[in-house]
Design a protein. Structure first.
Length: 257
């Protein structure tokens, strides 16, 4: 079984986007999992090409099991790539291959540049929402009072009721948890934001609130790489779409206007 990617675009890359806006360029990325007990290799994403730009959203779509989440995890460094390169362009336009950087370099980039918001919020029990969201700022050594004030401003901006701020988010509804999850992911103003199906488990009203937050993040200039299944959301949010398929056809990658 081969898994390949078609790159679909609603705007022509050359005409609409300046090269200096390029934040991430994935080339020929493949990820396989080796089952030691069975001495067998299981392919996930194969021969994938993806680009992400400042102030733009690239959606990764396709059926379940084709390796969409594996791509994000390879970018974030929680999965090792099997083949290919993941070029990340820093503020100073230095090009780093995330598939080859050291663990310490990757940890540093997670603190300052790259954020990953998964489908579910994971946090310590009995920790207040303010401190859950402010933790990335604490990790950067920012004064705790200053960090909490910045967090309060963000929680107000995403319209999380103030009565919830000092409570643990473990007691919240799905929509409230996901807003907290995204707030934690953007509190330090990442240059690249990875989102894994952020609205998948939400009702329509909660999903709409999350979508508006994503639109706000995009407008701020952040490059966003997002996994989506809802075709309506893809049409609404995405500037580019990378479609992964497991059809037994030659591996191809196309850019369409």
């Amino acid at each position: 079984m081969f898994i390949y990617a078609h790159l679909l675009s609603r705007e022509t890359l050359i005409e609409k986007i300046m090269p200096t806006n390029l934040i991430l360029k994935i080339e020929n990325l493949s990820k396989s999992f080796f089952l030691h007990e069975q001495q067998k290799s299981i392919p996930s994403a194969q021969n994938v090409f993806v680009e992400a730009y400042s102030g733009k959203i690239t959606a990764i779509t396709g059926d379940s099991g084709v390796g969409k989440s594996s791509i994000l995890k390879c970018v974030y460094g929680t999965y090792l790539t099997s083949e290919g390169s993941i070029f990340y362009y820093t503020k100073d336009r230095e090009c780093l291959d995330l598939a080859k950087v050291s663990e310490q370099e990757m940890i540093s980039l997670r603190k300052t540049d790259i954020s990953f918001v998964t489908q579910f919020l994971h946090c310590l029990p009995r920790q207040s929402t303010i401190d859950v969201v402010a933790k990335p700022l604490f990790d950067l050594g920012i004064d705790q009072k200053e960090a909490r004030e910045k967090t309060k401003n963000l929680l107000a901006e995403i319209k999380l009721p103030e009565r919830l701020w000092n409570l643990s988010p473990s007691t919240f509804s799905g929509g409230e948890k996901q807003r907290v999850n995204i707030a934690r992911g953007i509190i330090f103003s990442p240059r690249l934001l990875l989102l894994d199906e952020p609205t998948a488990s939400l009702d329509k009203a909660s999903a709409e609130r999350v979508v508006k937050i994503i639109e706000r993040i995009k407008a701020s200039g952040t490059a966003i790489l997002i996994i989506l299944h809802d075709t309506c959301l893809v049409a609404r949010l995405a500037d580019f779409e990378v479609y992964l398929s497991s059809e037994n056809n030659p591996i191809t990658s196309k850019v369409l206007s």
